[in-house]
Design a protein around this ligand. Structure first.
Ligand code: ZN
Ligand code: ZN
Length: 243
């Protein structure tokens, strides 16, 4: 960082002191959470499936290659998935305003957490694809929350964001609960518009939340059919079944 940049940042910090994006408490640098808010999330920092990142119970001591039953059965279409935290009341309380209420300032700490979530996987994606929204949703919402999360991830991995190679059809959310129902509802909604940009590529998919994994699975299938050689996924939070 140049001297001028440093000086400029100091002036900015003086004029707009860094504050926690959730509660407004003073913090050391912009975009970071305060300790209290940070500790309210259930970060996935313990043992997890080597493939999809599914968290194992804290007292479980798996060997370093342990897989969850879904991955062990070969039912996960992605090479790796990681999530920063578990979907619970706290993550829901930031996800809803982020997704529907225009609180885009949350993107910074969320994407930093997602980069942290990828710490144990050795990936070199060629492109980053934010899971696309159907045009109708994009029109109503005004932005794709996955794209906001993808920006910092794309910068850190030095892999450009691909905004338009994959198109998503509008299909109403039917409130499906099971993986099978969700998988059926999502089948056929994605299509690759330009296979030339997908063929031979290692692709990192970015989304805000993973529920059953049906969206990632379907998108991965479509990308592989178009010639992608590897598909990874990262989300801010994931639903974990209460076993
Ligand atoms: Zn806070
Ligand atoms: Zn797994």
């Amino acid at each position: 960082m140049s001297v001028i940049n440093k000086y400029f940042n100091k002036v900015l910090d003086f004029l707009f002191p860094p504050s926690c994006p959730i509660c407004g408490a003073p913090v050391e640098s912009h975009g970071h959470l305060c300790g209290d808010c940070w500790s309210c999330f259930e970060w996935i920092d313990g043992p997890h499936c080597v493939c999809c990142g599914y968290p194992f119970p804290d007292d479980y001591e798996p060997d370093s290659n342990a897989m969850c039953p879904v991955c062990a059965a070969g039912k996960n279409e992605l090479d790796f998935i990681r999530a920063a935290c578990i979907y619970d009341d706290m993550s829901r309380s930031v996800m809803l305003p982020f997704k529907h209420g225009g609180r885009i300032k949350f993107a910074r700490f969320m994407s930093h957490a997602m980069i942290w979530a990828l710490r144990d996987v050795d990936i070199k994606p060629d492109i980053v694809i934010p899971v696309p929204l159907a045009n109708r949703r994009l029109f109503h919402r005004g932005y794709n929350q996955a794209t906001l999360l993808a920006r910092e991830i794309s910068r850190v991995y030095n892999a450009p964001i691909d905004y338009d190679s994959v198109h998503r059809l509008y299909r109403p959310n039917m409130g499906h609960k099971t993986h099978a129902e969700r998988a059926r509802n999502i089948r056929g909604v994605f299509s690759v518009m330009d296979t030339g940009k997908i063929r031979g590529k290692k692709i990192l998919l970015v989304d805000d939340v993973m529920t059953s994994g049906a969206t990632f699975d379907e998108l991965a299938r479509v990308l592989r059919r178009a010639g992608a050689v590897a598909v990874y996924g990262v989300v801010f939070c994931r639903v974990v079944r209460a076993d």
